[in-house]
Design a protein around this ligand. Structure first.
Ligand SMILES: *Cc1c(COP(=O)(O)O)cnc(C)c1O
Ligand SMILES: [Zn+2]
Length: 430
């Protein structure tokens, strides 16, 4: 079998050339996924090769994505790759956060250490490589922020023109600033994410622009590297749980596919359980899985959460996410704005820090009451500086939830106004 795009729908499974510019199955409208001939893969030999590559100065080997390219071999020519040395993100421990989550230990895989500050870089380097291979000149995405920051950087670095569509007034300044600085033509549209995605799908088709939303199957392939690198860093010891926030559900789809492939090819001896955490105000997948079998999947018309990276009412990848949750014996949970904000402050006080969506992981772990001794990896998806406004408001007691209620600064740490007077400050510190 050559590399190909395959329809994800079990009843269809139609196959298409890897170079067709399609985002859904032309026959049935289903999601697409990349498939490869993996018959030549020798897991022990590749594990050694991947370790050796860490000592190389070659850009492709320094990338924490392309180092693992044998597990997503869709390119025939690696000169199409644009790398900003994405991936290479650390595993970090925190006793404070573990205790808050009801665990003896916790490990954070911090994707906020990526070049543009989120895991979107792992997928974008792959999506932009495919765009260049197809000879595309312009790429586009709709974004709640991080996708646009990442696409702007990778497209500009690769000599492509990035076009970004964002919901008016619903994006953090850190992310918007990145898109502008990285040279993207940025359109603010007076509509929500899901509506703008429909608009952009019309425009990309009409104007021959390559779409780099998470529906793009090559981004999913790049994001598999997050779990591959995680297992490599853990010397292939599989955790009991991998916990991540869920918005469009592309990341859980990538993790699940990557882990299943690692398992079937003999890199790991079991599958970890996946836990996806949604914000209560944007939780269509949580509600669907909770009532499974009783109701069809239903989009949420007006998603609301301050965790803008997961403010998604109609997640495109939900069928893939469902397969991965079921295959891994996983769970889906939802957490409130207050729970997210407090968990975020705990991660911050651990000296680690993350953006609001990422903190849904620790809030979810606390709510799920996992076995205290469980081996848990929580994926922090974005950098603490993505949303400084949220941080300042939380610590000063000014953070308001979308329903207008004030978030209690349980772990508030407001700046203290003092006179320029050593005696008075000494007294305060006594
Ligand atoms: C995109 C994003 C998410 C959501 O990931 P999905 O693949 O859409 O489920 C979560 N956190 C951050 C920081 C993100 O940028
Ligand atoms: Zn199909």
């Amino acid at each position: 079998m050559q590399s190909c795009l395959t329809c994800f729908e079990p009843a269809c499974r139609a196959q298409f050339d890897i170079n067709e510019v399609i985002y859904n199955c032309p026959k049935c409208g289903g999601l697409l996924e990349a498939q490869y001939d993996t018959s030549g893969i020798d897991a022990p030999a590749l594990k050694r090769t991947w370790r050796e590559r860490r000592m190389s100065n070659a850009p492709l080997e320094q990338s924490g994505v392309w180092r693992y390219r044998e597990l997503f071999p869709f390119l025939d020519d690696y000169s199409h790759v644009v790398t900003l040395r994405e991936g290479n993100t650390p595993l970090l421990q925190s006793t404070r956060a573990a205790a808050y989550g009801g665990l003896a230990n916790i490990t954070f895989k911090h994707q906020g250490f990526n070049p543009t500050g989120s895991f979107k870089d792992n997928g974008m380097t792959a999506g932009v490589a495919q765009a260049r291979r197809l000879g595309m000149k312009r790429v586009a995405c709709v974004s709640t922020g991080n996708t646009s920051a990442s696409m702007a950087a990778y497209a500009s670095a690769g000599g492509l023109d990035p076009l970004i569509f964002i919901p008016n007034g619903n994006i953090s300044y850190g992310k918007l600033a990145q898109a502008l600085e990285y040279g993207a033509k940025t359109f603010q549209v007076d509509a929500n994410f899901d509506q703008i995605l429909a608009l952009v799908r019309v425009l990309t088709e009409r104007l021959g622009i390559y779409l780099l939303n998470s529906i793009n199957p090559f981004r999913i392939e790049g994001q598999k590297s997050i779990v591959i690198e995680m297992m490599d860093q853990r010397d292939w010891k599989v955790p009991d749980w991998i916990v991540l926030p869920g918005g469009n559900l592309g990341n859980v789809s990538a993790f699940g596919k990557g882990l299943r492939e690692l398992h079937s090819l003999g890199f790991i001896d079991k599958l970890p359980r996946l836990a996806v955490i949604q914000a209560a105000g944007a939780s269509p997948f949580y509600e669907y899985m909770r009532d499974k079998g009783q109701k069809p999947f239903a989009a949420q018309g007006h998603p609301e959460t301050l965790a803008t990276a997961i403010k998604i009412g109609d997640p495109v990848s939900w069928p893939k996410a469902q397969l991965e949750i079921e295959t891994s014996n996983g769970v889906v949970e939802s957490v409130t704005e207050q729970e997210i904000a407090d968990a975020k402050a705990v991660i911050g006080h651990s000296g680690i820090g993350c953006e609001p969506a990422s903190a849904a992981t620790l809030a979810g772990i606390r709510k799920l009451k996992l076995d205290r001794d469980a081996d848990v990896v929580a994926v922090l998806t974005g950098n603490v500086l993505k949303d400084p406004d949220y941080i300042y408001r939380y610590h000063t007691g000014e953070l308001k939830a979308p329903d207008g209620s004030t978030i209690t600064p349980t772990f508030g740490n407001a700046p203290i106004v003092v006179p320029n007077d050593a005696e008075k400050i000494t007294a305060l510190l006594a």
